[in-house]
Ligand binder design. Structure first.
Ligand code: MN
Length: 285
């Protein structure tokens, strides 16, 4: 066993996205452009509705997966595959944009709260122009494990012999939500080949003798075992890992491909209404 140590700590940048939504971004910033296969991590959430109520009206994606996890509040959404609905607190939306999807994402408050995460997961070259796909799971479908003051929700991958509902065949993503009572310890083992990071969003945790506060992402170094501890207060983080693709990427906004030519093609397809291979079925059952 080799313990994974802190490789880098990336403080969140506050950026404005969509039609004027304030998000805390760590992955996908100049400090951490790409952590193969992860392209972006946005932590959204504010008690001020003006920070997000304009939402993300219709916009395209091509070449990767968006994984959205709502903590509080909910999100109205619809897409050109014909999916539409309301992602509730604790729910997960996995959208494989692949060859192209146009969708809208409109966050809403519940009891004055709206919080969540969106993670962009890159697709291998062989999958970038494949058929889009969609998975959605309500909170009740997410397994939880409570052990000695640590409460783990398993969104994807495995923990304590339980498996999360999101099936990610391309990069074997593990995605855990870990909540700590004060002075507790969490241990986990992840295959050494996987890229791994964590993002603290409540309280602070310690890795070895180093403390990490909320709104910081930690890139974990090589190894397989992870040990995290909380201090005198409760803490909460997400722990994410996945298999690196080791392919060149060219990214332009919502399009992530392997070459400049493919990016030009994506813009051309979008402008000429050829982005979505699947017939748009907005509003149908
Ligand atoms: Mn989107």
């Amino acid at each position: 066993m080799t313990v994974r140590k802190i490789e880098r700590v990336i403080p969140a940048l506050t950026v404005s996205e969509g039609a004027g939504v304030t998000v805390h971004r760590t992955l996908g910033t100049p400090a951490l452009h790409y952590l193969d296969p992860f392209l972006m991590l946005d932590h959204f959430g504010s008690k001020n509705p003006n920070d997000y109520i304009a939402g993300f009206p219709d916009h395209p994606h091509r070449g990767f997966i968006t994984l959205t996890y709502m903590l509080d509040g909910h999100m109205l959404h619809q897409d050109s595959m014909g999916n539409r609905g309301d992602l509730r607190a604790g729910g997960i939306q996995w959208m494989k944009a692949a060859s192209g999807v146009i969708h809208s994402e409109m966050p809403q408050q519940t009891n004055g709260l709206m919080r969540g995460f969106q993670l962009w997961i890159n697709l291998p070259a062989a999958e970038k122009m494949s058929q889009p796909a969609y998975q959605e799971f309500p909170a009740a479908r997410i397994p939880t494990v409570n052990t000695d003051g640590v409460h783990v929700k398993i969104i994807s991958g495995e923990y304590a012999s339980q498996r999360g509902p999101v099936d990610d065949p391309h990069t074997q993503v593990t995605y855990l939500d870990v909540a700590f009572a004060p002075n507790t310890e969490f241990r986990h083992t992840l295959p050494a080949v996987l890229s791994a990071f964590l993002y603290v969003f409540e309280g602070s945790i310690a890795i070895g003798d180093r403390k990490v506060a909320a709104h910081n992402l930690v890139v974990l170094g090589l190894g397989d075992s992870i040990t995290l501890t909380s201090a005198g207060q409760s803490a909460r983080l997400i722990l994410v890992a996945g298999r690196a693709l080791n392919e060149p990427i060219v990214q332009h906004g919502p399009f992530v491909m392997n070459t400049e030519q493919e990016i030009r093609q994506a813009f051309d397809d979008y402008r000429n209404d050829r982005l979505v291979r699947t017939e748009a079925r907005l509003g149908s059952a």
